[in-house]
Design a protein. Sequence first.
Length: 228
Amino acid sequence: MPKRALVDKRPFLLFSVIAALAFFYLQATDLPGLYLIPIKGFAVGFLAVYAYLRHNSADAHRLALALLVAALADMAIEIDLRVGAAVFFVFHMLAVSVFMKHSRGKLHGGDQAAFLAILILPPLLGYFLPYDRMIAWAVAIYAVALSLMAASAWMSDFPRMRVAAGALLFVLSDLLIFAELGPLSGSAVPEYLVWPIYYLGQFLITIGVITTLRKRNPELRMVHNRQD
């Protein structure tokens, strides 16, 4: 029954997972990159469709737009890292606008310390990890947007075990990319870990936001079911 419910009520989540797994495993084959790029885009692209169809609210639709932008960035980054980073910058700003609309208010104690760490550490690491000082500033500037996205997710009242955790996984995946420009250059670690960590982060963000919105505003659900 749970599997059937996933197919019947959330098929785009299933399609997304299939595309994500297909991209991960097909990278090790001789399939030309031209075919891999759209498969990669479908993974988060289907998350965007899921977000758009599951809740008829401005926040859900803005998240869907952000995920669509991320899907474009996923494809662009396979062609040019700088173009992909620029498109991801747009994703981060859209995600921030969703998270900040649902801010939990002033933080205290450990929550505030964690917020500051999330805000400060990615830009610092983005600057110091690359060996090439010519691109260090560009990486750090991108990392500012990355840290704003993750910090706003932490500050939001969406469930942290999903949304903030997903945002932090996104940060971790990008830190591995930064490290690939420095101490992990030539290492297989980023090649194997960046994609699954990043995708899991996007998956958790999507599920966390949409599930919360559906609970708070059930009248705006796009799919009505007593068992939902």
